[in-house]
Each structure stands twice: as C-alpha cells, then as structure tokens.
Ligand binder design. Structure first.
Ligand SMILES: CNc1ncnc2c1ncn2[C@@H]1O[C@H](COP(=O)(O)O)[C@@H](O)[C@H]1O
Length: 454
C-alpha cells in the first residue's frame, strides 16, 4: 500500500519536468506542473525596452494580491523595482519576473509585450489595470511540441526505478529507509536537500546497465510529454568498483539513447511515434571536481562530438568549489569550440556571477540571485538564460507554482517555445526541422482558434 502510494508520488518527487497536475488543482488550468515543462526549456532572448518601468511597477503595486504577499518589510519588493530600473536603463524589455525574499528571476522576450507578477498577467498595450490571467488547458500543453534544454539525467530518474533499485540493493548504508521515503515524498526540496538527495541517487545508479536504463526511461518520459528536442546533461563518473570510467559512463548513456530509439520506434500503435525526438548530450562538470577531472570531461566531449555530445555544462552544489578550479577546462572548451552553459547565481556570489558572464558562455542556467549591477551586466551581455522554473519552485527558490505561471495565451507560449530553437546547441538542419515542427503546431492551433471563434 505504502509502496503503491510511493509509486504514485513518482512524478511529483523526482521527475521534476513531469507533465502532471499539482495535487489540489484542477488539471484543466494552468496551475499545474505541466506548464513548467516548456518554461524549463525556454531560453529567452532580449530586445530593446518597450515597457515603461515606473508604470509597470505602479500596476504591480495596485494588485491587492501582490500587496498582500509582498508586505512593506519584504526586502524582495524594492529588489523588484531595481530590476525594472535595470531593465529600463539597459533598454531591455522584461516580460515576466518572480521575486521572492531571496531571489529574483526575470525573463525578457522579443515575442510579446505582456508582463507578469505574482501569477497575474498584465497587458501593457491595453488601457486599465485589470489583471488578465489566461487559463490554458492541460491537453494543449500535452500536445504542444516542447524543447527541453536543462535536464540532468540523475534528476530525471523515475521514483519507481529508484525504489526498485533501493529495494533490490539497499543504499549502501548511506541513508535510512525513512529518510529515503521522506525525500521521495517531499514534493518541494530546498537546494540543500536536493544536494543531499543526489548522492543517494548516485549510490543507486552505479553500473553501466543502470545508467543505460535510466537514460532510456528519461527519454521515454520526455517523448510522452511531447518533447521534440532534448539536451540531456549528465556528469561523467568513474567508479573503479563497477569498472566504470568517465568514458564508459558516457558510452552507457549513449547506449540508452539507442535503446530508447528502438523501443520508441517499435511502438507503432502509439501515435506519438510519428514524431522523432532529437536527443543530444551535454557533459557536466561537477563543482566538486578537480581541474584535471574537469579537463578530462571537456576532452571527452570533444572526442565524442560526432556521437551526439554537443556541449559542456558546469553544475553541482553552488556553495562548493571555486571558479578558478574550472576556468582552465572552460577555457579549453571555448578554444575547441564546444558550446558552454554554466549554472550561474543559484546562490548569491557576485564575484563568480561576474566572472561567468565575462566568459561569455553560450547559455547560463537558473540565474536567480543577482545584484542590480549584475542584472545590468547580464542584460547587456545578451546571453540567453535557461529559466528553470520547475526546479526553482521545487527547490523553494520561489514560493509557489502560481507565482510562476505565465498567463500567456497558448499561441504566445508556443511562439516563445519556438524562439528557444535558436539557442539550442543543434546544427542548422536540426534547427530548421524544429522550426517546422513549431510552425505546423502553430498553424494547427491558429486553425482551431479561428474555427472556435467563427
Ligand atoms: C537544482 N539545481 C541544480 N544546480 C546545480 N547542479 C545541479 C542541480 N540539479 C542537478 N544538478 C547537478 O546534476 C547532478 C545530477 O545529475 P547527473 O549525475 O549529472 O546526471 C547533481 O549531482 C548536480 O551536480
């Protein structure tokens, strides 16, 4: 019984990117984790400002919901103002922000002039201050093609698989049963708890066969969510006890890619098999690693560039490690022309945030905790940001899902998702094919819309 319950909790606990309703909310509305799939995958670009920041701020102040939540003593609110100022000064348009006591997240876009705060949409092109929330149906999100550009393999392991492995082999004394259950059942985890959980997962996903299995399952789950292009990232690991080197680990992941394609293609009765999902791999450097280990990962990415490895990621517990350790490897990646994405500003760290932006990586991930000056610097740099909304909610970096929802129309969401194609690490042919998928979906959506309006 407990196991059944644990299994049914799968999607909430581990499959962070799952397209599933949040308990207590209707699955007919946008208030669901599903909306966060595309948003996790979105990459936003920037463009000259069209929004008057003081007007924008006034409208936010006038919303009683926001006032109730952001009381005067909440240090986050002034931060919001400075964000608008930064955007205005640097002539970028902010379409969406989320401010919590600790973090501020902003999204800029060239596709729309809609801004959001506290889960309520405001159309800056219209008169009046009425909030304009838009309910979007789950079915639409299921059907919508999606790009997933920020998925950590060991963060996507099904809870059912973890439990199965745990029951089979235990957890090598690293964690008690009750601790494991507690971690699995807890829907939202602080960053600290997250990094307590990863070693537990790693202790279970040790050998090549398991790495292949979790890769295949993760891909199948993304296919089910109608992701059409996936950049999966994972940290190559060596583990003598299992005869594993960094290279053989990556080989096991690539074997998982192949296995997923086979099982996917054989399910001909499944209409989703008409889509062929494109999968690419980024190799992550963990912040606990040494310069030499980081360098080995970069060389591996270069060697395996013809087999689907398209980039390097720097990730891991943001309070561990120092920037200088990884710099030689990141510079080497740049020298080789291997695309780079860096986890940036998950916790306040001005010096590092500045150094990361100065390195001019191809993308930055999370980018939650920035000082006003750093925001300006980021906006000036024009570096696309992987805005990891699902993760930020799960790790309690932002207060709730409703504080995150976009309130955009279905077509606007699709357009934003489409714009992310330009920031994938895919080749031009793949980008073209992806643009076509989005154009088809857009055409269908517009057709449905005009029929229902007619
Ligand atoms: C929540 N925000 C985050 N911030 C930073 N790094 C994260 C992360 N979430 C996951 N990882 C990184 O991904 C590893 C697990 O997948 P792989 O073993 O690589 O497949 C974690 O150990 C951590 O290094």
């Amino acid at each position: 019984m407990i196991l059944g319950w644990l299994l049914s909790a799968t999607v909430y606990a581990f499959h962070i990117s799952g397209l599933h309703p949040i308990p207590g909310h209707s699955d007919e509305t946008i208030y669901c984790r599903g909306i966060l799939i595309p948003s996790d995958s979105f990459v936003y670009s920037t463009k000259p400002a069209t929004v008057n920041s003081s007007d924008c701020r006034e409208r936010i102040r006038e919303n009683p919901d926001v006032k109730a939540r952001k009381s005067a003593d909440d240090p986050a609110f002034p931060e919001c103002g400075s964000l608008f100022r930064a955007a205005n000064q640097s002539k970028y348009e902010i379409i969406w922000i989320a401010v919590t006591r600790y973090r501020t997240i902003a999204i800029t876009s060239h596709d729309t002039s809609v801004a959001h705060y506290g889960g309520v949409g405001y159309d800056f092109n219209t008169e009046g201050h009425e909030p304009a929330p838009v309910a979007v149906r789950m079915a639409t999100f299921n059907a919508m093609p999606k790009l997933e550009l920020h998925a950590h393999l060991n963060g996507c392991v099904r809870s059912s698989t973890l439990l199965e492995l745990y029951l089979e082999r235990g957890c090598e004394g690293r964690i008690s049963n009750s601790d494991l259950e507690c971690l699995i059942l807890k829907e939202d985890r602080s960053l600290t708890e997250c990094f307590r959980l990863f070693p537990v997962i790693h202790a279970l996903t040790t050998d090549h066969a398991i790495v292949k299995r979790i890769t295949k399952e993760a891909i199948e789950d993304f296919i089910r969510d109608n992701v059409v292009y996936l950049e999966l990232r994972t940290t190559p690991k060596s583990n003598e006890a299992y005869g594993m080197s960094k290279r053989s680990y990556v080989e096991a992941v690539l074997a998982g890619f192949e296995a997923a394609e086979v099982s996917y293609n054989t399910k001909e009765e499944d209409s989703r098999s008409k889509h062929l999902m494109q999968v690419r791999l980024l190799l992550s450097i963990d912040r606990r690693e040494s310069t030499e280990e980081a360098m080995e990962t970069v060389e591996l990415a270069w060697e395996l560039r013809c087999r689907g490895v398209v980039g390097i990621d720097l990730s891991g517990d943001p309070v561990i490690g120092t920037w200088k350790t990884f710099l030689p490897a990141l510079m080497r990646a740049k020298q080789l022309g291997v695309p780079l994405t860096l986890h940036c500003g998950e916790v306040p760290n001005s010096e590092e945030v500045r150094a990361m932006i100065a390195l001019k990586p191809n993308r930055l991930g999370h980018v939650c905790c920035l000082e006003e000056e750093e925001w300006k610097y980021l906006l000036d740099s024009g570096i696309p940001v992987e805005v990891c909304l699902t993760s930020n909610v799960s790790t309690e970096s932002v207060p709730s899902v409703t504080d995150h929802h976009f309130g955009l129309s279905e077509i606007e969401l699709l357009l934003i998702a489409k714009s992310a194609v330009n920031y994938t690490f895919a080749d031009d042919m793949t980008k073209l094919a992806l643009h076509r998928i989005f154009d088809d979906a857009l055409e269908k959506m517009q057709g449905v819309k005009s029929t229902s309006e007619g």
